[in-house]
Write a protein that binds this ligand. Structure first.
Ligand SMILES: Cc1ncc(COP(=O)(O)O)c(C=O)c1O
Length: 385
């Protein structure tokens, strides 16, 4: 039976000046990694996040691997990451020759549990010549990558303290968290090495594909920009170190600039969508929402209670038939074939929670009709069990 609804989880909202900007790229022939839109995009990111510097690159993954590389992560180094993340976080560590060290998450916001990070370092590492070394494996702990899962922030003070207490580079993977604040403070108040963003198509703001490194450290920024464009040292083809080809193109930035013009509108809509679900879904016997947290609400979700034995596949199939895409989210790194054997601490929370995260349609162009239909379908499903 055909359905008048087709409500995806998160699709781009490209109904602004994207086409106009793209035509300008074609007309001016500035389609590659130099052009006014790349500069404009970086300036806008600096203004919106209050970070001193933004370096635009071609994906969130590139932003992570470039940041890790420029923080000094090399072969055989350890990098702490949360078990619950998108695989790109772990891949980026491997791209630099490092090994992820998996730490559990905080059930209150699905993010790396900073207390567990501190305990893991203090119990398992010793500090020698200014660096932390894992006592059993002999590896150097070279960086920590907290992830702002689904747009949820970790308290900035906790992160700033982590960075200043241990002196280990901290790179926040804020892929989907553009727009997030902590205690009303903008992202740029993070006093860490850098934060990275993704502008992939499923993010609140897209550039088709793209990413950015945000930092308050001018030296780090210059290194990132230099190494993102083959580390060429002047007009001649002389390259002073091994570089990457990770720079964002003017075409990507043209789309990104049009998206950032609608910053407040998109951020407000994401928050509205979350509030709509938490107010109208009558599922408190079965599931809950993470309220009172700082979040960009990139993807809205509910968390099914751990004592509630329900096969969520049944809900997903039922919703699919009614034209709605509901789905589980990330699968923890401990279960991913390339990362199963990684060094890990106790990862119970992540293993228990990932199956209970049910993501809800969250596109900024979702209509009232579509939101009402989604709520009606989910409420009807839960009423029937
Ligand atoms: C937490 C996280 N990190 C990194 C990435 C990678 O970003 P990209 O797809 O732009 O490479 C994503 C993308 O979804 C993500 O969710």
């Amino acid at each position: 039976m055909s359905n008048k609804f087709n409500i995806p989880l998160a699709i781009p909202n490209i109904s602004g000046n994207e086409a106009r900007n793209l035509s300008e790229c074609i007309e001016t022939k500035f389609v590659s990694s130099v052009g006014k839109f790349v500069d404009e995009f970086e300036n806008q990111l600096e203004r919106l996040t209050t970070f001193k510097h933004a370096c635009a690159v071609n994906s969130g993954t590139s932003a992570l691997s470039l940041s890790l590389h420029n923080s000094g992560v090399r072969n055989n180094d350890l990098v702490i990451i949360p078990d619950y993340t998108f695989v790109a976080t772990a891949n980026a560590v491997k791209h630099c020759g490092g090994d992820p060290w998996l730490i559990d998450i905080n059930p209150k916001n699905l993010n790396l549990d900073i207390k567990r990070v501190k305990n893991a370092i203090e119990e398992n590492c010793k500090k020698v010549r200014g660096s932390w070394w894992h006592k059993k494996t002999g590896q150097r702990l070279a960086a920590i990558v907290p992830v702002f899962a689904l747009g949820n922030a970790i308290n900035f003070k906790e992160l700033n303290d982590l960075y200043s207490n241990f002196g280990i580079p901290v790179i926040v993977d804020a892929a989907g968290a553009l727009g997030v604040t902590s205690d009303k403070q903008a992202l740029g108040k993070l006093k860490i090495t850098c934060a990275t963003i993704s502008f992939n198509g499923n993010k609140t703001f897209t550039s088709g594909g793209g990413g950015a490194i945000l930092t308050n450290n001018s030296e780090f920024y210059r290194t990132c920009k230099h190494t993102s464009t083959t580390a060429r040292s002047g007009y001649e083809y002389i390259h002073d170190q091994i570089g990457f080809n990770h720079r964002m193109t003017n075409i990507q930035a043209a789309v990104g600039c049009a998206q950032l013009e609608r910053y407040d509108e998109f951020i407000n809509k994401k928050s509205y969508i979350h509030k709509f679900y938490s107010k109208n879904l009558n599922i408190s016997d079965f599931a809950s929402f993470h309220e009172n947290i700082c979040s960009s609400r990139w993807i809205s979700y509910c968390l099914v209670k751990d004592n509630f034995n329900i096969d969520l596949e049944k809900l997903y199939n039922y919703a699919q038939k009614k034209g709605i895409q509901l789905r589980p989210f990330w699968v923890p790194m401990q279960m991913q074939p390339p990362f199963k054997l990684c060094l890990k601490q106790n990862l119970k929370v992540s293993k228990s929670i990932y199956k209970r995260v049910c993501t809800l349609p969250s596109s900024t162009n979702i209509s009232e009709d579509e939101l009402n239909h989604t709520v009606h379908v989910i409420n009807t499903f839960f009423k029937s069990i």
